[in-house]
Design a binder for this molecule. Structure first.
Ligand SMILES: CC(=O)c1sc(CCOP(=O)(O)OP(=O)(O)O)c(C)[n+]1Cc1cnc(C)nc1N
Ligand SMILES: [Mg+2]
Length: 614
C-alpha cells in the first residue's frame, strides 16, 4: 500500500500524482473500515480526502499551520501525519480523538470540536508569526456549515481589515449536518451554478482544448479574471479578502496546482472548494445526513441502524404534539435538527420551526425576540453548545424574565465525542442566573409534563436530559407535575440518595432493597425543593449528578442546607475538577464515581455498607 510509505506529510512530496490518487482511495478505505468499527464522522472525512492530501503536498506541516474547523473532517489528516498505526483506536477510550487535538500531534494546530473557531485561531497565529518574525503559512479549512457561525464571520471581518497573509479554504459541500442554511450558502450555490460560468466552462472545455491547450489556458485564466471582476459584489471582497473559486475539491491535480499559486500571494485569500460530503462511498453520498456520524456498520453491507428510542426523540415527539395544543409554540435549533429529534416537528410545523445555522447565540436571542412578541419559543440545544450563548441567556432572556424554554439535550458525559462535547457545566452556569429555573426529568412522561408546565409557569426554564435511550411515553398524555417539588421514590431509614436524570438509575440500583437507603428524584435543581430538603436533613445525604462537582447540584444542596442552618452528613458525588476525554459513557461514569459502584462506596464510607457485606 502507498499508505505504508507515508509516515509524515513530507513523504507525500515524493509521490507521483498517480500514487497520490491511489493513496486517496486507500485512505478512503481505511476511513470506512475504522468508522465501521468505531463509529465516527464518516461523510465529512470522506469528502475532505483530496483537499487534505493537496494541502499536505503543498504545505509543510507542522511548520506551516493547517487548522481544521470543528476538526471532525480530519481523518485523512490523522492518517498522513504519523497516526495511521493508531487510527483503529479512533474515538475509543485512550485512543485517538475524533477531532484534531494539540496534545495528540504537533500537526494538530488547534484543539476543536465546536465549530467556527478556526479563523480567529488562524488570525492569532498569523499575528504572532509576523510579530515573531517567523515565516510560515497559516491555512484554515472551514466548512460551509461552520462558516454560518458568528465567530467565523466576525473573524473574517478582522482578517480582511488586518490583511495578514493566510489562506482560508472554504470546504463547501452544501451540508452542515442537515442541509446548510443561510444567505451565504444560497450565494455559494448560485456561484457554482451561475449560467455563464457553466457556459464558459463548457465552451472552454469542448472547443478550446482541441484547438490549443495554450489558448485554453489563457481562456481559463480569463475566466478566472472575469469571475473575480464580476464578483465585486462577492461578500468576501466586502471583507477585504481575495476570493478564488469555486474549484473542484476532488480534483487533486487541480488543487495542488492552485494551492502552489495561492501560497505565494500576500494578504488573506479564500479558496472556495466544492466537495461532496461522503465522496467515494455510495450510501454516504446518497444520504450525508445519516452518514455524517453513523454508529458502527457493516462496511460491505452498510445499513442504517436504529439506535433505539432516545431522549431527543421523546422531546421531538412531545413538542410536535404540544405545538398542536399551543399555537404560540415555536422551536429553534442551531443546526442540530436530527440530533435534537426535530425532523418530525420540522415537517409537521415548518412555519414554527427555525434552523438558524451553527450560531447558538442567534438561536437564543431570536427566541427572546419571539417571546417579546408573545410567542412561546423553545430552544433545542445541546448542553455543550449552549455554552456559546451564555450571555444571550442572561442579557436577552433572563433579565426580562422572558418565557423561553431551553430543551438541553446531551446533558452530562456524552462518550466518544469527548471533552469538547460533554455537557457538564450547564447547571453551574445556569443556576447563578436569576429568574432561570432548571429541571431534569426522570423519564419521557416527566419530560412531557415539564415541557407543558414550563410553557405555563412563564419565565426562562431549562430542562436538561442526557444522551441516552428512554422508554417511550404514550402520545396524548400530559401528566400534571407539582412544579418545584421533588419526589421520594424509595423510603430509607438512615440515608437518602438525591439524584436526577441518568444518575437516578444508579441510585435505585445502589439502594436495591436496603431499607436503610432511600432515593429521591431531585428533579428540580432551581429552585431546590427546600421544604423536602429540610425534612431530608434528618438523614445522611448523598447527592449524585452527571455534572461537574463545582457549582453543580450538590453545591446547591450544601448552600441551601447552610442557609437553613442544617448540618446533616452529606457526600457530593459529581465529576472532579478536570476534563474527561472520550470513552464509553458507563466507563466514564465509573471513572467519575457517579455510578452505582461509586454510590455504594459512599454508602460504605458513611457506615451504611450494603446488607450482604455486613
Ligand atoms: C461534529 C459536530 O459536533 C458538528 S459538525 C457540524 C456541521 C458542520 O458543517 P460543516 O459544513 O462545517 O462541515 P461538514 O460536516 O464537512 O459539512 C455541526 C453543526 N456540529 C455540531 C456543532 C454545533 N455547534 C457548534 C458550536 N459546534 C458544533 N460542532
Ligand atoms: Mg458542510
Amino acid at each position: 500500500m502507498i499508505l505504508d510509505k507515508v509516515n509524515s506529510p513530507e513523504d507525500l512530496k515524493a509521490l507521483s500524482l498517480e500514487e497520490l490518487l491511489v493513496l486517496a482511495e486507500e485512505i478512503r478505505s481505511e476511513i470506512i473500515r475504522v468508522t465501521a468499527q468505531n463509529g465516527g464522522h464518516l461523510a465529512s472525512s470522506l469528502g475532505a480526502v483530496e483537499l487534505i492530501l493537496a494541502l499536505h503536498r503543498v504545505f509543510h506541516s507542522p511548520k506551516d499551520k493547517i487548522l481544521f474547523d470543528v476538526g471532525h473532517q480530519a481523518y485523512a489528516h490523522k492518517l498522513v501525519t504519523g497516526r495511521k498505526d493508531r487510527f483503529h483506536t479512533l474515538r475509543l477510550e485512550g485512543g485517538l480523538s475524533g477531532f484534531t487535538k494539540v496534545s495528540e500531534s504537533p500537526h494538530d494546530a488547534i484543539t476543536v470540536g465546536h465549530a467556527s473557531t478556526s479563523l480567529a485561531n488562524a488570525l492569532g497565529m498569523a499575528l504572532a508569526r509576523d510579530l515573531l518574525g517567523e515565516d510560515h503559512h497559516v491555512v484554515a479549512v472551514i466548512g460551509d456549515g461552520a462558516l454560518t457561525g458568528g465567530m467565523a464571520l466576525a473573524a473574517l471581518n478582522k482578517i480582511g481589515e488586518l490583511g495578514k497573509r493566510m489562506l482560508i479554504i472554504l470546504n463547501d459541500n452544501e451540508m452542515s449536518i442537515s442541509e446548510n442554511v443561510g444567505a451565504l450558502n444560497r450565494y455559494f450555490k448560485e456561484l457554482q451554478i451561475r449560467k455563464w460560468v457553466q457556459d464558459m466552462e463548457k465552451l472552454g472545455k469542448n472547443v478550446l482544448e482541441h484547438i490549443s491547450p495554450r489558448l485554453f489556458g489563457l481562456v481559463d485564466r480569463a475566466k478566472e479574471a472575469a469571475k473575480l471582476l464580476l464578483h465585486q459584489e462577492n461578500p468576501f471582497y466586502a471583507w477585504g479578502i481575495r476570493y478564488v473559486g469555486p474549484v473542484n475539491g476532488h480534483d487533486l491535480k487541480g488543487l495542488i496546482h492552485i494551492l502552489e499559486h495561492l501560497k505565494e500571494l500576500e494578504g488573506p485569500t479564500l479558496l472556495h472548494v466544492v466537495t461532496q460530503k461522503g465522496k467515494g462511498y455510495k450510501v454516504a453520498e446518497a444520504d450525508p445526513i445519516y452518514w455524517h456520524g453513523p454508529p458502527g456498520f457493516d462496511p460491505k453491507k452498510p445499513e442504517k441502524v436504529s439506535k433505539g428510542y432516545s431522549w431527543s426523540q421523546a422531546f421531538g415527539d412531545a413538542v410536535t404534539e404540544l405545538a398542536r395544543l399551543e399555537p404560540r409554540l415555536f422551536v429553534i435549533t442551531p443546526a442540530m435538527r436530527e440530533g435534537s429529534g426535530l425532523v418530525r416537528y420540522s415537517t409537521e410545523h415548518p412555519e414554527r420551526y427555525l434552523d438558524v445555522g451553527i450560531c447558538e447565540d442567534v438561536a437564543v436571542t431570536t427566541a427572546a425576540g419571539l417571546a417579546l412578541k408573545g410567542m412561546r419559543p423553545i430552544v433545542a440545544i445541546y448542553s455543550t453548545f449552549l455554552q456559546r450563548a451564555y450571555d444571550q441567556v442572561i442579557h436577552d432572556v433572563a433579565i426580562e424574565n422572558l418565557p423561553v424554554v431551553f430543551a438541553i439535550d446531551r446533558a452530562g458525559l456524552v462518550g466518544a465525542d469527548g471533552a469538547t462535547h460533554h455537557g457538564v457545566f450547564d447547571i453551574a452556569f445556569l443556576r447563578t442566573v436569576p429568574n432561570l429555573q432548571i429541571a431534569a426529568p426522570k423519564d419521557a412522561l416527566e419530560l412531557r409534563a415539564m415541557l407543558k408546565k414550563a410553557l405555563e409557569v412563564g419565565g426562562p426554564v431549562a430542562i436538561r436530559y442526557p444522551r441516552d435511550n428512554v422508554e417511550r411515553a404514550p402520545e396524548g398524555v400530559w401528566p400534571e407535575i407539582p412544579w418545584g417539588k421533588w419526589e421520594v421514590l424509595k423510603e430509607g431509614r438512615e440515608v437518602y440518595l438525591l439524584a436526577f436524570g441518568k444518575t437516578l438509575r444508579y441510585a435505585l440500583e445502589a439502594a436495591g432493597e436496603d431499607p436503610r437507603v432511600g432515593v429521591v428524584n431531585a428533579r428540580f435543581l432551581k429552585p431546590l425543593d427546600r421544604e423536602m430538603l429540610a425534612w431530608l436533613a434528618g438523614y445522611k445525604l448523598i447527592t449524585v449528578e452527571d455534572h461537574q462537582g463545582m457549582g453543580g447540584f450538590g453545591s446547591a444542596v450544601l448552600e441551601a442546607l447552610n442557609e437553613m442552618g442544617l448540618k446533616p452528613e452529606v457526600r457530593v458525588l459529581a465529576l472532579p475538577d478536570r476534563f474527561f476525554e472520550h470513552g464509553a459513557i458507563p466507563s466514564l461514569h465509573r471513572q467519575a464515581g457517579i455510578d452505582a459502584e461509586g454510590i455504594r462506596r459512599a454508602l460504605r464510607e458513611m457506615g451504611v455498607a450494603p446488607v450482604h457485606e455486613r
